[in-house]
Design a binder for this molecule. Structure first.
Ligand code: IPM
Ligand code: MG
Length: 355
């Protein structure tokens, strides 16, 4: 198969982690007879420096013309003083909206080899951490009006029934393919948008009798994620709550550098990125962990290109790499072999060839 991938290397550690994912994709191509055509897209701080715009129209068009988009990371302290519309993060928001990828899937799964890296007690970890957070990605506070007048600032939170329905359907479908449990997270004791959210989720539930729907207030959910993470299968929530809870969920797996994500809309084109940031403090030092990006590429193979066998092989290669005792600095443990970002990519590509 021939597939066109728009690649956004971005800022900080972005370029080095993406390079490793491309190495792995190239190996997949060789092994399975696919050709991946790469188009570089400028977005984030590097685009601000180059064009004075975090995502010029031309660059967005390249993403829209591709079969899928792979992203490293954007942002950094160098651009922190810029006004809102000029910030690297604004490029990311425009990209998400422009691609129409309203459903963001963030898995929180513990790798057995890294169980000791979790900050949770071992007995909690051993009960199992394996859930997916489905985050609404193109609505809510992020896309409401932002206004500052004198000493007052306003951000508007709006959700419509169709917006809640489409993310709800994705979440129910996800739960149906897993353990059949969906927890809808909101703040319905305070917010109108949350009361609407809850109502729509329960209306949808009638079409999914095989899925058990529960509700949870977001503050309680933040607590339950560290108290009893084994209770969760699929969580679904709005944009802002999902942003906060997904950082928490990644932390309990002990290895934010290992977690991939997919963002999908109605078609097969998706946006795939690790959930960590651009880590400017370690950029260019060959210290970053590229596994989150490599696993994001695997998700792309499975979810956008229908290449399940190929995705399985990449995930198995990561497993083999961990089993062989290799670790990047962020997850280094006693008795293991520390490797840099580049070597990590080469090793995983190597395991892929053999596996
Ligand atoms: C994320 C990030 C982004 C978000 C930022 C960089 C705008 O935190 O993907 O979780 O808040 O969505
Ligand atoms: Mg975030």
């Amino acid at each position: 198969m021939d597939k066109h991938i728009a690649v956004i290397r971005g800022d900080g550690i972005g370029p080095e982690i993406v390079e490793q994912a491309l190495k792995v994709l190239q190996q997949v191509g060789l092994r399975f007879g696919h050709t991946f055509h790469i188009t570089d897209v400028g977005m984030g701080g590097c685009a601000v420096d180059r064009w004075g715009d975090p995502l010029p129209e031309e660059e967005l068009k390249k993403c829209l013309a591709a079969d899928s988009v792979l992203l490293g990371a954007v942002g950094g302290p160098r651009w922190n003083q810029l006004p809102g519309p000029m910030r690297p993060e604004k490029g990311l928001l425009r990209l998400r909206a422009g691609l129409g990828v309203y459903a963001n899937n963030r898995p929180a799964k513990i790798w057995p080899q890294l169980a000791d890296a979790s900050p949770l007690k071992r007995e909690l970890v051993d009960q199992g951490i394996d859930f997916i957070l489905v985050r609404e990605l193109t609505g809510g506070l992020y896309f409401g009006e932002h206004r500052t007048e004198g000493d007052t600032a306003t951000d508007v939170l709006t959700y419509s029934v169709p917006e809640i329905e489409r993310i709800g359907r994705i979440a129910f479908e996800t739960a149906r393919k897993r353990r059949g449990r969906l927890c809808s997270v909101e703040k319905s004791n305070v917010l109108d948008t949350s009361r609407l959210w809850k109502k729509v989720m329960h209306q949808l539930a009638e079409a999914y009798p095989d899925v058990e729907l529960t509700d949870m207030l977001v503050d309680n959910c933040a607590m339950q994620i560290v108290k009893n993470p084994a209770q969760f299968d699929v969580l679904v929530t709005e944009n802002m709550f999902g942003d906060i809870l997904s950082d928490e969920a990644s932390m309990i797996t002990g290895s934010i550098g290992m977690i991939p994500s997919s963002s999908l809309g109605d078609g097969t084109r998706g946006l795939y990125e690790p959930i960590h940031g651009s880590a400017p403090d370690i950029a260019g030092k060959d210290l970053a962990n590229p596994v989150g990006t490599i696993l994001s590429a695997a998700m792309m193979l499975r979810c956008s290109f229908g290449m399940s066998a190929e995705a399985d092989v990449v995930e198995k290669a990561v497993d083999a790499y961990l089993n062989a005792g290799f670790r990047t600095a962020d997850i280094m443990q006693e008795g293991m072999k520390q490797v840099g970002c580049r070597t990590c990519g080469e090793l995983i590509a190597g395991f892929l060839e053999k596996g």
